[in-house]
Write a protein that binds this ligand. Sequence first.
Ligand code: FAD
Length: 508
Amino acid sequence: MSCLRLILADQLNAGHSWFRHVDDGVVYVMMEVRSETDYVRHHAQKVLGLFAAMRRFGEALTKVGHRVEYLRLGDPRNRHSLAANLPWLIEQFDARRLERMEADEWRVEQVLDEAFTASGLANAVVSTEHFLLERADAVARFATKVPRMEYFYRDLRRRHHILLEADGSPCGGQWNYDALNREKWLGDPVAPPWPWRKHDLRALWTEIEAAGITTLGEPSAASFGWPLSRLEAQAWLEDFVTHRLKHFGRFQDALSKHSSTLFHAGLSFALNTKMLHPREVIDAAIRAFESGGVDLAATEGFVRQILGWREYVRGIYWARMPGYAELNALDATRPLPSWYWTANTRMACLHAAIRQSLDYGHAHHIQRLMVTGNFALLGGCDPDEVDRWYLGIYIDAFEWVELPNTRGMSQFADGGIVGSKPYAASASYIHRQSDHCQGCHYNHARRHGERACPLNSLYWHFHQRHRDVLGRNPRLAMSYRSWDRMKAAERAATLAQAERYLAHIEEL
Ligand code: FAD
């Protein structure tokens, strides 16, 4: 008689209370299944990284004495879905009880809920012990009214005593140092490279190919860079805190063709698979601040991403699913151009962001929001397609975090739940924040005419075609005033240029 405990690919939390004691009556079950590799077309490195990290986690549990049943991709017993494998596993281990952690994705939660109920066995669902706000708490907070991120974040800082003075006021007198975090990066200070590992995952890649799994992007299996264990993730965190955190805030919004990673952490894969706990990441940053190596603005800017944004989007997701995945407030229907899968576009900023996504399964936040996301928004691309692209291409993409960021923050398809206005930008934003416009095929300063940057005419076309919805938004009043002040001929030429570009979107 035994209890089966299910561990999913994004539940590699070695610190979970499940693992505190070895119990011979408990069998930990881990599975590499096609239902998870095939629900969207994933980046090759995402499939490799998840399976390789799962295998290491299973081995580590076995080493300390836990019983682990690990189903590999090619195991003939594997029925390739979480639900289809459970009945025979129950029989094999004479299981009388099933346990699992809360799944972070709504889709998986439904599947497991049904499978557990269908088994007829006693069962329990426990917390992942990963987030700083339990899921039920998050749902309760977001159920009726979505608070603005800033107030949600301040509340969590108070609740967890993070960056506070003894009297409960914010450290340094301010809650937010965002205004200091908008510098362009011109190469100084030098952006240290990320501490890429060199894992040889060729054997695993052969298994993935043999199974016929369709992926996108470069596998880089001979020299796989992402951390695959808790120890490696901790070393990556240490490297970030020592070398990049001090400049994280200042250059958080920068874009550059000379560095694809700038001063970003690169910790999202380790965090989202739960190899790292958000609290330990926050504590590491605060220790660096307290020892004098990092200033308050950089530390606060970083803490806000983890304690603020990461927990915030999860709350929105769980409070608003499943309806959230259907929202399309701007009625966008255009297919995403095929160059999102090849990087074959002459727009330098888009080429760089997409090329890097295909090569590494990663792009930083401003590339996702203000480059690839901005183009899809201005072009009126279907949010279902946009979601599928983001969910597939990034190594850190799990729906609970991908969906509110993509459909909400980036595409405004939620009509303003995540952000109070669309993140729409013309070429002047890209020019101000980056060095991509120098040498680009297109001219960032032109709205229409030969080689005019498509972002300019599309920006105005976007505002014009959504005037009935967006024209009432006070935060966009200035944009509409600028448009209305333009000469009629200028407006007409700009809109005509946008129409031409939209008709030939594949050739941009
Ligand atoms: P850094 O810039 O160094 O930030 C540090 C950490 O803060 C990140 O590791 C992440 O855990 C957290 N963080 C920062 N911004 C956000 C945010 N907006 N939402 C949630 N957490 C945040 N992040 C994902 O983890 N998975 C996704 O699938 C994902 N999809 C996105 C899609 C779009 C359209 C946009 C605009 C953003 C998306 N993000 C996503 C958020 C963010 O871009 C990534 O977390 C970040 O780029 C990861 O790289 P990093 O670890 O170097 O982050």
